[in-house]
Unconditional design. Structure first.
Length: 376
């Protein structure tokens, strides 16, 4: 039973801490990738924004995009893929100078697929409707494409200020992901990109199935075609944290189900004979992260049994899990948490969403329609 307990304990630690530490340490021994000289002629780009009922944010979003395009010398267009919005999203976007492709409500994937056909850019810059561009985001995001082995580029997503109950946890998670992507970029390329900001060569853009996380499916099309996903730390967008615990939990469940569906569709990339070191990294970074939280309930039960046999260590482990669950329940009940307790609540909510999403995926649940989460 001791062996089982240690396996259940160390597996999540290896996935969430061991793998990132190993990759970051290995990357530290490697020099940064040498970027080829910038090409003399800037490629044409299409900035594509998926939107559904985003009247509250689309104006500010497009204003930040317009400001960022002042530093881009190449040809650029902005397209808003409107997924059947019932508010003024389309009208506001058109007033801001964007081209709007109006689609009946059918999910983000359908709207993106319909809108890509109207894009003229050699590079597609994909971004959500709420993250705001930094002034230097566009040239920073496009610079890695000077390397012909790069098929897609992942940008950096940051959390704005202190707004929202989970802003601190979101900032920590964003930094964790950014450090991991930067390390992966030095070694074998990023595993995938964040939907807040990324770019892909137009020739590699796939048809997006309705039941997957579109950012993963689109960005990994580059790897499937034999290219690398680069990381551009200087290409940044800023977004607010989702404030409500229920919203955070539902979002995590939905993303987990859709993410595992996307992983299943891209399972060929987990073959080391095809993608070399990218394959085990994909398994650890994406698959392992979703399966590891399932170890916690059996770990708690086994720890209680070992504690009953007189083990102080496993009594402490059982007590720690019990305390963390208690904090999560207290936060869910509306109790105001401060400091580290807020981080514990956010982490437990994240792990619970991963667990339930994995169980629902294995049970056959799929989400085909995209519903953005709003600030409460």
């Amino acid at each position: 039973m001791q062996l089982v307990a240690w396996i259940l304990l160390l597996l999540p630690v290896a996935i969430f801490a061991g793998y990132p530490a190993l990759v970051i340490a290995a990357a530290a021994t490697r020099p940064p990738r040498r970027r080829p000289p910038a090409i003399s002629q800037q490629p044409s780009i299409t900035i594509l924004i998926g939107a559904h009922n985003e009247a509250a944010t689309i104006g500010e979003k497009l204003a930040s995009v317009t400001a960022a395009l002042t530093t881009w010398r190449g040809k650029a267009e902005v397209i808003v893929a409107d997924d059947g919005s019932a508010d003024a999203t389309a009208a506001i976007a058109e007033a801001q100078g964007a081209r709007v492709i109006r689609c009946p409500r059918g999910g983000k994937a359908r709207a993106l697929n319909a809108s890509v056909a109207h894009a003229s850019g050699d590079i597609l810059v994909m971004t959500d409707a709420d993250p705001l561009f930094d002034p230097d985001t566009v040239p920073a995001l496009l610079a890695p494409f000077a390397d012909p082995t790069v098929g897609a580029v992942a940008g950096r997503v940051e959390t704005i200020g202190k707004r929202g109950r989970f802003a601190a946890a979101d900032r920590g998670f964003r930094r964790y992901e950014s450090a991991l992507r930067a390390a992966e970029d030095r070694l074998f390329g990023c595993i995938s990109a964040d939907g807040g900001l990324y770019a892909i060569r137009r020739a590699l853009m796939p048809l997006v199935p309705p039941d997957v996380t579109d950012d993963f499916h689109i960005s990994t099309a580059a790897v499937a075609a034999g290219y690398r996903i680069a990381y551009a730390d200087g290409a940044r967008v800023w977004e607010h944290s989702i404030g409500g615990g229920r919203q955070q939990f539902r979002r995590r469940v939905r993303i987990t189900v859709r993410g595992l569906t996307a992983l299943w569709r891209r399972r060929a990339l987990m073959n080391p004979a095809r993608t070399a070191w990218y394959a085990p990294a994909l398994l650890l970074h994406k698959v392992g992260r979703r399966l590891a939280p399932l170890c916690i309930p059996p770990l708690w039960l086994v720890s209680i049994l070992l504690a009953a046999q007189g083990s102080l260590w496993w009594a402490l482990v059982a007590a720690g899990i019990t305390a963390a669950v208690g904090v999560a329940l207290a936060g869910a009940a509306g109790l105001k948490l401060r400091g580290p307790l807020k981080l514990v609540h956010g982490a437990m909510l994240h792990l619970a969403g991963l667990s339930l999403g994995t169980i629902l995926f294995l049970a056959g649940r799929r989400y085909a329609q995209w519903t953005p989460q709003k600030q409460p």
